[in-house]
Design a protein around this ligand. Structure first.
Ligand code: ZN
Ligand code: ZN
Length: 254
């Protein structure tokens, strides 16, 4: 099993020293580890603390061109967008599609939400809750993700269920329908073995990503790779092992 690309890496564009490295540093590590392609996917625009700014996009484009030329690693420009409402809104607008090679989406806290109601029922309910999730909360979380998958051309759902419990199988099935890949995150897996086995048998496509916040972590996905091996998940359902992925969600030009 050879990892061809890592499609979830952060840089200094995730502000306040949240992401540690530069685009070139991430690409250099990728080059040394034999990766052919990476994506730079800093936190989305509505993240109060770490979100990338729209005004940084031109410089990011330039950094990517430069790093591609120096390292020979292909680099996609992406964003790890945030869910901003229970109605499945995310912090991306159609004008953003033009510069996005790849679009990730995950749940994060400390995000500017669409309304006070969303802040309370989506962020606070999940972020502050010390209790095991109620059926209502899981249903609400699931609905928001299903709607987001329906509304936006999302390529990858990141760290599903991390701090945001959903009906995993319902989300995964919708992802399959929409050509969206379910991430097996290099730092955290929030699925049971059984859930993963069912997703695999349903034909869900997975992508293995590091979620690196520092260059040395780029391409570090051993826990996800071990899981694939241990559960016997068919490698042909993991889009970036032994091959480069084809992202099916087209933005912009139709
Ligand atoms: Zn982060
Ligand atoms: Zn991330």
């Amino acid at each position: 099993m050879i990892l061809f690309g890592d499609y979830h890496t952060h840089t200094k564009y995730s502000r306040k020293n949240h992401g540690k490295g530069t685009v070139l540093e991430n690409a250099s590590v990728a080059q040394n580890k034999g990766l052919k392609q990476i994506a730079i996917t800093d936190h989305g625009f509505n993240h109060w603390m770490f979100g990338i700014k729209h005004k940084d996009i031109p410089q990011l484009k330039e950094d990517i061109l430069n790093a591609k030329e120096i390292t020979g690693v292909d680099i996609l420009l992406g964003v790890e967008s945030n869910l901003t409402s229970g109605d499945g809104d995310i912090d991306i607008v159609e004008d953003d599609y033009e510069f996005l090679d790849i679009l990730l989406m995950g749940f994060h806290n400390l995000v500017k939400m669409k309304s006070a109601h969303d802040l309370f029922y989506i962020n606070w309910a999940n972020g502050l809750s010390v209790f095991s999730p109620s059926k209502e909360r899981i249903a609400r979380n699931t609905t928001a993700f299903l709607k987001a998958l329906d509304k936006y051309p999302i390529d990858v759902i990141t760290h599903l269920n991390y701090g945001y419990p959903t009906d995993t199988l319902a989300v995964a099935k919708m992802a399959k329908e929409k050509g969206t890949f379910v991430e097996l995150n290099g730092k955290r897996i929030n699925f049971t073995d059984r859930e993963l086995e069912i997703m695999a048998s349903e034909g869900v496509k997975f992508i293995v990503n590091s979620d690196a916040h520092s260059p040395d972590r780029v391409g570090e996905c051993n826990n996800a790779l071990n899981l694939i091996f241990r559960l016997g998940i068919p490698v042909n359902q993991v889009v970036n092992i032994d091959k480069l992925p084809k992202f099916e969600n087209k933005r912009g030009i139709i």
